[in-house]
Design a protein around this ligand. Structure first.
Ligand code: C5P
Length: 232
């Protein structure tokens, strides 16, 4: 089933209070149907905002990147499902992915983070790994597929190789999106919305290019228009 261009945009509510998040959601209105809540908002009351967003017909992506012993992950995943979240991230370790998949319920889908995009080969070496980033991303994407994980978070650069490993059934979610002419900020591996979709992404996570724009709604609509132009 093709996904509508508007449904592919996930806006990162990287804001410091629920009041600021509510104001942003109100400004964006019908232009945006999917929101991501990460550490910043989650630890500032944002978890309590999830049911309200879900009741308002929005989908919610809880980007909490869980990683703990199996039982703790299972119980956390169950609580996230009851909040009304649609996506939840876990780190792509086999034990963690297995526990999350076993515990998911209702509409909650589990996404695996393969390797954080801030890591390069040397960071992995310093952390005690004996693989390159590309090798570890490929291995974890294959494990995610084999363990029944619903999707993978990856950079736009990795979207095409990851897609060929996981096939069509898993959702690929890519941050690092910058509209033509936008500031890169601290993102290094970036792509335009159309390029990320053409590389195989299903959903795009966009933060600052929308929430820090003078007109966030116009910025969101321009991104959806670019998504609509992409060749899939
Ligand atoms: O503001 P910007 O568009 O760079 O926001 C990107 C969002 O995606 C942030 O919430 C960030 O935490 C998240 N993210 C990322 N890179 C990853 C995973 C998540 O930038 N590898």
């Amino acid at each position: 089933m093709p996904i509508e261009p508007r449904e592919r945009l996930i806006v990162a509510l990287d804001l410091s209070s629920v009041e600021a998040a509510q104001a942003m959601v109100a400004r964006l209105g019908e232009a945006v149907s999917f929101y991501k809540i990460g550490y910043q908002l989650a630890f500032a009351g944002g978890l309590a905002y999830v049911p309200a967003l879900a009741d308002a017909g929005k989908r919610v992506f809880l980007d909490l990147k869980l990683h703990d012993i199996g039982n703790t992950v299972e119980q956390g995943v169950k609580s996230a499902a009851r909040l009304g979240a649609s996506f939840l991230t876990v780190h792509g370790y086999p034990q963690t992915m297995r526990a999350a998949v076993a515990a998911r319920e209702g509409k909650l889908r589990v996404l695996a983070v393969t390797v954080l995009t801030s890591f390069d080969d040397n960071d992995l070496k310093v952390a005690g790994y004996r693989t390159t980033v590309a090798e570890l991303v490929a291995a974890r994407a294959a494990q995610a597929r084999d363990l029944g994980v619903d999707g993978v978070v990856c950079s736009p650069e990795e979207a095409s190789p990851v897609r060929s490993i996981v096939g069509g059934a898993l959702a690929l979610v890519t941050p690092g999106i910058r509209p033509v002419g936008a500031a890169a900020g601290d993102q290094k591996r970036i792509a335009t919305p159309a390029a990320a979709i053409a590389a195989g992404a299903d959903y795009l996570v966009v933060g600052r290019p929308i929430i820090a724009a003078a007109d966030p709604k116009a910025a969101a609509q321009a991104i959806v228009a670019d998504i609509a132009k992409a060749k899939t």
